[in-house]
Design a protein. Structure first.
Ligand SMILES: NC(=O)c1ccc[n+]([C@@H]2O[C@H](COP(=O)([O-])OP(=O)(O)OC[C@H]3O[C@@H](n4cnc5c(N)ncnc54)[C@H](OP(=O)(O)O)[C@@H]3O)[C@@H](O)[C@H]2O)c1
Length: 329
């Protein structure tokens, strides 16, 4: 392995561009190769980000012996085939969220990584921000007592009315839950360290048949609950609140936070602020690089068994609604 972790990017859409800007801020990372279905797009993207290799085929990137880790930035429905292609070609893989369309797909991807002894991680970059590390420390120290409620919302107004868009198209597993509700579900999973016992959910399915607005209640035990709100036609406040017996922790824009505030009963609020350059994808990229250098096949911050459990919870929410994607019928 060279001094730097050599990344190969598959699918050069909007998130690949944002992730690449994060890679440029991570000194141990190199944008070594990029692959698009279009040669022109690969060349232009590669020139912009200084890639050594620009491929017009995802398979060619997977076969490049100098790529250390592949980054999968294609639509949800393509995560399974692209991840498996790269793992079977001997690459480590960071796969964008949602990891897969459902738990069955996630299980196949995880089994493939384990069979090939390659690193694999679900790209919940949220978990690697300094504010999230602080949150885990506060929870481990029982700073707010026993947690009894997690509230998280992630809703935005899609700019697209195009039914073929990734957000609205059922053929691409569109809808709010997999796109952004998954952030809320992973937060609840991280805080409680388990999945809900009971799930009740209400949804509005839009004209294309995908979820455009939903509110879900998780119950873990008599005194442990969570509420999850997610939308693609409505911009919600983007807040997370973790409420315990002694106070609560507030995190705004919780999927890529700058700060969190600790509110304890009878005390002045205390804010922990973490400024940064860029959006913050460099934290996730650094963590993946550290795991790969250490010879690990998964991250203990975003472990594969938890990824699978989160996918099972997402399946259970969709079971409440009777929503099945065409690829699942
Ligand atoms: N971590 C985050 O904050 C974050 C943010 C946004 C999105 N995401 C995730 O990243 C994934 C991609 O989202 P995005 O917003 O980047 O989507 P996007 O802009 O549509 O880009 C997806 C790319 O995938 C490739 N692709 C391959 N087959 C495709 C197909 N049949 N239809 C459309 N594109 C296809 C295309 O790249 P080429 O044309 O170059 O081949 C396309 O540009 C999603 O799973 C999403 O949930 C994560």
């Amino acid at each position: 392995m060279s001094d730097k972790i050599r990344w190969g990017l598959i699918g050069l859409g909007s998130i690949a561009r944002r992730f690449s800007n994060g890679l440029l801020l991570e000194p141990t990372a190199e944008i070594y190769a990029v692959a698009s279905r279009s040669k022109d797009k690969a060349n232009a993207f590669g020139a912009e980000f200084g890639a050594t290799k620009c491929y017009d085929s995802y398979k060619a990137l997977a076969k490049d012996p100098d790529v250390d880790v592949a980054y999968i930035g294609t639509p949800h429905t393509h995560h399974l085939p692209h991840t498996i292609m790269c793992l079977e070609a001997g690459k480590h893989v960071l796969c964008e969220k949602p990891f897969a369309v459902n738990a069955s797909e996630a299980r196949q991807m995880i089994d493939c990584a384990r069979a090939n002894n390659r690193f694999l991680m679900d790209a919940f970059w949220t978990r690697f921000f300094p504010a999230m590390i602080k949150l885990r420390e506060l929870l481990a120290d029982k700073a707010i007592g026993d947690v009894m409620l997690v509230q998280a919302d992630f809703g935005y107004r899609t700019g697209s009315a195009d039914p073929k868009s990734r957000i609205l198209n059922p053929e691409l597993a569109g809808g709010a839950l997999l796109d952004v509700g998954s952030y809320c579900v992973q937060l609840a999973s991280m805080v409680y360290g388990k999945q809900p016992r009971d799930i009740v959910s209400q949804v509005t399915l839009g004209a294309t048949g995908v979820d455009e607005l939903s509110v879900t209640v998780f119950k873990y035990s008599d005194y442990e609950m969570a509420t999850i709100t997610t939308a693609v036609r409505l911009s919600t406040p983007h807040e997370a609140r973790i409420v315990g017996t002694d106070g609560h922790i507030a995190i705004d824009s919780f999927w890529s936070p700058y700060e969190l505030t600790l509110h304890l009963h009878g005390q002045a609020p205390q804010t922990f602020r973490y400024d940064r350059e860029g959006e913050g994808f460099q934290y996730e990229a650094a963590a993946v690089g550290e795991c790969i250098r250490a010879g690990l096949t998964e991250s203990d911050v975003m472990p594969l068994d938890e990824t699978l459990a989160i996918m099972e919870t997402l399946d259970r929410i969709r079971d409440n609604w009777g929503l099945r994607y065409p690829s699942e019928r």
